[in-house]
Design a protein around this ligand. Structure first.
Ligand code: FMN
Length: 174
């Protein structure tokens, strides 16, 4: 990724109302290279404590094993993926993180992943807010240029459906 694209991503991240992160897959253990203000306020971490670390620092050891395996598989194949993960803020408080991951770079061989985090708050009522999150996410990705504008509506339908299925399955498990 060249400097210009990185700065473009940073400017979209800075202005976004949703949590956004960027990981570099070309570096060992896929460290975070960008985290926006919304992500910092959601998790309670200052930027200096998290850049350069893999985002699994929000988890506790031994948690989310199935979801992590799914994420590793999808990322190895360069695919998008969504999962609900048990995470902890800097102050130790717990939250359920609906995580969206999207590849950036050549198809099938991404150099980066964009992550977006949404807090699932209770066993009901999260779905409409999650749908609004999907809209903002796709809009931001279109502005960055990783999502083609002409495909945005199609991708929206797909991502909204996948997200609804995921939330309903999560609600049943609780
Ligand atoms: C851009 C990006 C953002 C991520 N954000 C989170 C997050 O907010 N919370 C989390 O638990 N995992 C997050 N992850 C997933 C972990 O970094 C890691 O990929 C996952 O735990 C599976 O790998 P592991 O089994 O080696 O930990 C993110 C990954 C990427 C690439």
């Amino acid at each position: 990724m060249d400097r210009r694209q990185f700065e473009k991503i940073r400017s979209v991240f800075d202005r976004s109302g949703i949590a956004l992160t960027l990981s570099d897959l070309t570096r060992p253990d896929q460290p975070l290279v960008l985290a926006n203000p919304k992500f910092l306020s959601m998790t309670g971490y200052p930027e200096a404590e998290i850049l350069g670390r893999n985002c699994r620092f929000l988890q506790r050891d031994g948690d989310n094993l199935e979801e992590r395996a799914e994420i590793r598989q999808a990322m190895a194949a360069g695919r998008e993926v969504q999962a609900v993960l048990r995470n902890f803020r800097r102050d130790g408080s717990e939250f359920n993180n609906l995580l969206f991951l999207h590849p950036i770079g050549p198809p099938g061989a991404p150099t980066h992943y964009l992550g977006s985090q949404f807090i699932l708050r209770m066993a009901w009522g999260s779905e409409p807010q999650a749908m609004a999150h999907v809209d903002t996410l796709l809009h931001d990705m279109t502005r960055i240029g990783v999502q083609a504008e002409r495909l945005e509506m199609e991708q929206r339908r797909h991502l909204a459906e996948a997200t609804a299925v995921l939330i309903r399955a999560w609600e049943r498990r609780r």
